[in-house]
Unconditional design. Structure first.
Length: 260
């Protein structure tokens, strides 16, 4: 029997880390409802899932909108019969300081990155309670702990996720629901590639990503599959005494200080 046989999960986001986690859970036997707003990415993930014969369904959803989140939870229950896991990985990454970032961009970033986690908890936790409990994983970021310049909205949203994780863990421990967050460092994803192009527009993306990797003590950027392994551990009974924590998967990035 596979580790997650009989388990039902919602994963928000269909690219990068979210894709890695959705595939990891489905490969281990879970029935997965993945959702995102990028229609091309949704189709690509569905093709990949169909090719491997896994129980992974991909649907369009703007996770910042309450009615759409309510609907995706309802469709998950209708299709699979319950809900055991929620993985919040959908995110956008605007650039700019407080002066450069317009109010609409600020609001959108917090709605997608932070508000969606509240919405999935609001609509999803009652369904998890019907199953006797469950586990949630929130994909935060090292930028919630220490950030670079020019990412004010993104950093604020990720910092908020750390506090929201703790609040959810405390509020729902008695319901048998564990809630933990993951803070990745530089992970090779489309988002990282866009960051590389933004911060060093005169250099090839590969060169910039190598530089990002060199900043990590392990000397490289990580992979979505490495983050997915940590997510799988935190969702599983192997982490049964873990809740309210944040777990770094950052190649040692935050272990040091910027003095040589």
């Amino acid at each position: 029997m596979k580790e997650f046989e009989g388990k039902i999960a919602i994963v928000t986001g269909t690219t990068g880390i979210a894709r890695g986690i959705a595939i990891r859970l489905a490969s281990a036997g879970a029935s997965v409802m993945a959702c995102g707003i990028d229609e091309a990415a949704n189709r690509e993930l569905q093709r990949k899932a169909d090719g491997h014969g896994t129980a992974l369904r991909v649907e369009l959803c703007d996770v910042s909108r309450p009615e759409q989140v309510r609907a995706i939870v309802a469709r998950t229950i209708e299709k699979y019969g319950g809900l055991d896991f929620i993985v919040n990985s959908a995110a956008i990454h605007p650039f700019g300081n407080a002066v450069e970032t317009d109010p609409e961009t600020w609001d959108r970033c917090l709605a997608v990155n932070l508000g969606s986690v509240y919405l999935l908890a609001h609509f999803g936790i009652p369904e998890m309670k019907k199953r006797g409990g469950g586990s949630m994983v929130v994909v935060a970021s090292v930028q919630g702990h220490a950030c670079q310049r020019g990412v004010v909205a993104y950093a604020a949203s990720k910092g908020g996720l750390l506090s929201l994780t703790r609040a959810l863990a405390l509020d729902h421990a008695a319901d048998g629901i564990r809630v933990n967050s993951i803070s990745p460092g530089s992970i090779r994803t489309p988002m990282l590639e866009r960051s590389a192009a933004h911060f060093s527009p005169g250099l090839p993306v590969e060169t910039v990503i190598e530089r990002f990797g060199a900043a990590h003590p392990l000397g490289r950027v990580g992979t979505a599959e490495e983050v997915a392994e940590l997510a799988a551990f935190l969702l599983s009974d192997r982490s049964s005494f873990c809740t309210g924590g944040d777990y770094l998967v950052d190649g040692g990035l935050l272990a040091g200080i910027g003095v040589q």
